[in-house]
Design a binder for this molecule. Structure first.
Ligand SMILES: O=P(O)(O)O[C@H]1O[C@H](CO)[C@@H](O)[C@H]1O
Ligand code: HPA
Length: 296
């Protein structure tokens, strides 16, 4: 970046100019040089959902600190390991912990691992997250397949694609109307049906956090057709799709969003983790079966 401009450039643009194709490729190559498997599926574990990574066999576990130029996880419930191995014999790479913009990272940095996955040869990204249930018919513990998102930060210069574009990652003006692959959603729903597990499907929304939402913000989202709300995932889904990978995402409803001005209830992270722990096994079962199905 030209020195003259360097103090006048948006944070995402700075990240994108520093994490060049070559630099991201160096991270991908560093990882590939250390494992025998060649994963075509990547999984991101949301808050409290990292147990899935422990199901990966013959695994190589890389603490984020070990990986050159990788950010660090700072949130409870996000261990901070990249796990590469076999999930029921299917080669996968699994993020046991993700990055959020409220940790102080630019959205471009939060989503940089999607580019690493792309350059490792990954074709499908599975995103999981914890979210507050906004749809009045949702219960705590419900699993929602994400069919679309509303992410106000991505309307602004906090969009992770802001900055010089490198066409080797993806196009300057990517479409965002079919980020969440329909076939994969149908496949996942079929698996849940066969297992008699109730599923929801809906729209996910995320703000930047770290505070949970105000009552009025939640009511506005409800009016817009949002079903569940979190602080992640939409940015990763956008970048994974921009990079040409197929995207599938699920949100676990870990708490009810509070839309009553005078309610005494409020969301808290311990409840989020507790619900995630309680539902982790069902989620793991579904995702494992799904990975097997889509690997053919
Ligand atoms: O989206 P994940 O990482 O699952 O976590 C969700 O849970 C945390 C809040 O409790 C926030 O980080 C929110 O984004
Ligand atoms: O209610 C919530 N709001 C935002 N993020 C969340 N992550 C889990 N629950 C929530």
């Amino acid at each position: 970046m030209n020195e003259l401009y360097s103090n006048h450039i948006n944070l995402n643009a700075v990240t994108n100019s520093e994490f060049t194709y070559e630099r991201v490729k160096a991270i991908a190559d560093w990882l590939l040089a250390r494992v025998d498997t060649r994963p075509r599926i990547a999984i991101v574990c949301g808050s409290g959902l990292g147990g899935l990574a422990e199901k990966v066999q013959n695994s190589m576990v890389f603490a984020y600190e070990q990986i050159p130029d990788f950010p660090r996880s700072t949130v409870v419930g996000h261990k901070g390991n990249l796990v590469i191995g076999l999930l029921d014999n299917v080669p996968v790479v699994c993020m046991q912990g993700r990055f959020h913009s409220y940790e102080g990272y630019s959205n471009a940095l939060c989503t940089m691992p999607m580019k690493v996955f792309k350059l490792m040869g990954v074709e499908t990204v599975i995103l999981t997250c914890a979210a507050g249930g906004l749809n009045l018919s949702f219960d705590v513990g419900d699993i929602m397949v994400i069919k679309d998102h509303v992410a106000p930060l991505l309307w602004t210069l906090q969009n992770p694609l802001v900055g010089l574009n490198d066409d080797r990652f993806g196009p300057r003006f990517p479409a965002a109307n079919k980020i969440y692959n329909k076939k994969l959603r149908e496949e996942f729903k079929k698996i849940a049906k066969d297992k008699n597990i109730d599923l929801r499907e809906g729209v996910y929304s995320s703000f930047g956090g770290p505070c949970y939402e105000t009552v009025t913000e939640l009511r506005a989202l409800l009016q817009m057709g949002v079903d569940a709300v979190g602080m992640s995932t939409a940015n990763e889904a956008l970048v994974a799709s921009y990079c040409g990978m197929k995207v599938f995402a699920i949100a676990l409803v870990t708490n009810k969003a509070v839309i009553d001005y005078d309610s005494d209830n409020h969301p808290f992270h311990e409840e989020v983790i507790e619900t995630a722990n309680r539902r982790a096994q069902v989620l793991q079962e579904l995702v494992t079966e799904f990975v097997k199905k889509i690997s053919f």
